[in-house]
Design a binder for this molecule. Structure first.
Ligand SMILES: [Zn+2]
Length: 182
């Protein structure tokens, strides 16, 4: 904030700085932010759905939303930035049936705080989840060590042995390093 103010006297410079910032990684960061917020909202709505879900679904205005969260200061505070958006999401013809689907739809739609379309916000959250899923789909089933062999070879082992001469890594190496029992 302070930085922006300082640059203000030179509009050209501040403009350049802005566009540069924008083109360098910023959309990626924003996507992460949105996906993270979607996750957070899923947890939040999941926690209040039992007592607030029906009221939130029926809310037609920001005021209705805030009324639904009355006496629940923390939730009210947490949902304040999106309170006016909630009725717009729930009135979407594609708004799903079933609590879980509704919570997810609402959370992901709101994650962009209205700066991107609800649809886009859901896409970003969906992509991030798919990526995360892919990330954890595989597991490491093999581990090789960096070795130095008296044959002169230095580098990664293969199948627990020297890649050049086939000398096996002595069992006690693993024991000593505490790696043998993992
Ligand atoms: Zn060797």
């Amino acid at each position: 904030m302070a930085k922006r103010k300082k640059q203000a006297p030179d509009p050209q410079k501040s403009l350049d700085t802005f566009s540069k910032n924008r083109s360098r990684g910023r959309p990626g960061v924003r996507k992460l932010e949105i996906a993270g917020r979607g996750y957070h909202y899923r947890l939040l709505f999941g926690g209040i759905w039992e007592w607030a879900g029906e009221k939130l679904l029926q809310a037609k205005t920001e005021e209705d939303v805030l009324t639904a969260l009355e006496n629940q200061g923390d939730y009210r505070q947490g949902l304040l930035p999106v309170a006016s958006l909630i009725p717009k999401v729930t009135s979407d013809p594609k708004f799903p049936q079933g609590s879980e689907a509704q919570i997810n739809f609402l959370a992901d739609s709101l994650a962009g705080l209205g700066f991107v379309s609800f649809r886009r916000s859901r896409d970003i959250c969906g992509q991030a989840r798919a990526k995360q899923k892919k990330k954890t789909k595989y597991k490491i089933i093999r581990r090789e060590y960096y070795i130095e062999c008296t044959c002169g070879y230095k580098g990664p082992a293969r199948d627990n042995a020297c890649r050049k001469c086939g000398a096996e890594i002595p069992f006690y190496f693993g024991v000593i390093e505490g790696l043998g029992f993992r």
